[in-house]
Design a protein around this ligand. Structure first.
Ligand code: ZN
Ligand code: ZN
Ligand code: ZN
Ligand code: ZN
Length: 258
C-alpha cells in the first residue's frame, strides 16, 4: 500500500508510559509509528521495544505542549518528547512479501511481491488472488509477462495473476460446467459453474432448486457414494457437498485401516 506511511522519530527523548502505573525513560531512541497506530520505542538494548502501545486509538504528532508524539488507547497513554531531534519523518511503506516477478505496467519495472494479494512495490498495482493460490519459483509466465499462479478448483489451473488476462472462472467453467448432475432426487438439472462471492457449482434450475456447493480448493479424485465428485484437499478427501457424511465416513474408515 503505497499511500501508507511509517512515521519515525529519532533523537534524545523522554518517554512516559502511563497505564495503571507510570514509567519514565530517557535516552537516544527511535520511535516507529505504524499505519495501524502501533507505536514502538526502541533503544539499543535487545530486540524488545523499551515502551510500546499496540493499535492506539489516536496518535497525535502536533507540537502542542512539550510532547512530540502522544498515543492514547483506553486508559493507556504513551508520550514521547524529543529534546534533541535527529530526525522526524514519514516514509512510504508497503506490506513486505515474497518476490514473485516483475511489474509489467508501462514505465514500471518494480518488484511484484506476494503478501495477502500480489502488489508492485513501486507503483502499488494490486492483483487480488485466491488465498490458496500458489506462485512457485519455477512458475510459468503468461505472454503478458506476469507470473502465473496455481489454483486448485477440481483440477490444478495455472492462470495469469491478472484475471482480465486469463480468467480462472472461465477455465473452471470450461472444465466443469454441466459436468455433474444436481443431486436432488426430484431435479434433473445440471450443476453450472458460477461466481457468487467465490466459485460455486449451482443447479441450473435456480431459483426453483437452490442446490449449490462452493468449489473446494482441491482436485477431483473420485466419486462419492452420493454421486457427487470427491476432492483431495489439504484437509483430506471430501465430497463436493461439504455437509455430505458419506465421503467423510469413508475417509474415517480408510484412516482406520492403517
Ligand atoms: Zn509497478
Ligand atoms: Zn497475463
Ligand atoms: Zn437442482
Ligand atoms: Zn457425497
Amino acid at each position: 500500500m503505497i499511500d501508507d506511511a511509517i512515521r519515525v522519530l529519532a533523537g534524545d527523548c523522554t518517554v512516559i508510559a502511563e497505564a495503571d502505573d507510570r514509567s519514565e525513560y530517557r535516552g537516544r531512541v527511535t520511535t516507529i509509528v505504524k499505519p495501524d497506530n502501533t507505536v514502538l520505542v526502541h533503544d539499543i538494548d535487545g530486540y524488545q521495544p523499551v515502551a510500546w502501545l499496540t493499535r492506539a486509538d489516536s496518535v497525535s504528532s502536533d507540537r502542542a505542549g512539550d510532547f512530540t508524539l502522544v498515543a492514547k488507547k483506553d486508559t493507556q497513554t504513551l508520550r514521547i518528547a524529543a529534546h534533541d531531534q535527529d530526525g522526524f519523518a514519514h516514509y512510504p511503506a508497503s506490506a513486505a512479501g515474497t518476490p514473485v516477478g516483475t511489474c509489467q505496467n508501462e514505465n514500471c519495472a518494480g518488484e511484484l511481491v506476494r503478501s495477502k494479494g500480489v502488489h508492485c512495490v513501486d507503483c502499488g498495482t494490486r492483483y487480488g488472488i485466491p488465498t490458496d493460490a500458489t506462485i512457485k519459483d519455477d512458475q510459468s509466465y503468461c505472454d503478458c509477462g506476469l507470473p502465473r499462479m496455481r489454483v486448485e478448483r477440481g483440477l490444478a489451473f495455472d492462470v495469469c495473476l491478472d484475471r482480465n488476462c486469463e480468467s480462472l472462472d472461465e477455465a473452471v467453467r470450461e472444465a466443469f460446467d454441466r459436468e455433474w448432475d444436481c443431486p436432488e432426487s426430484n431435479c434433473d438439472g445440471d450443476l453450472r459453474i458460477l461466481r457468487r462471492g467465490g466459485l460455486i457449482a449451482g443447479c441450473e434450475h435456480y431459483p426453483e432448486c437452490d442446490t449449490g456447493f462452493a468449489m473446494p480448493a482441491g482436485v477431483v479424485d473420485g466419486e462419492c457414494d452420493c454421486g457427487l465428485p470427491t476432492f483431495e484437499t489439504h484437509g483430506g478427501t471430501r465430497c463436493l457437498d461439504a455437509t455430505c457424511d458419506r465421503a467423510v465416513a469413508r475417509h474415517v474408515e480408510a484412516a482406520g485401516d492403517d
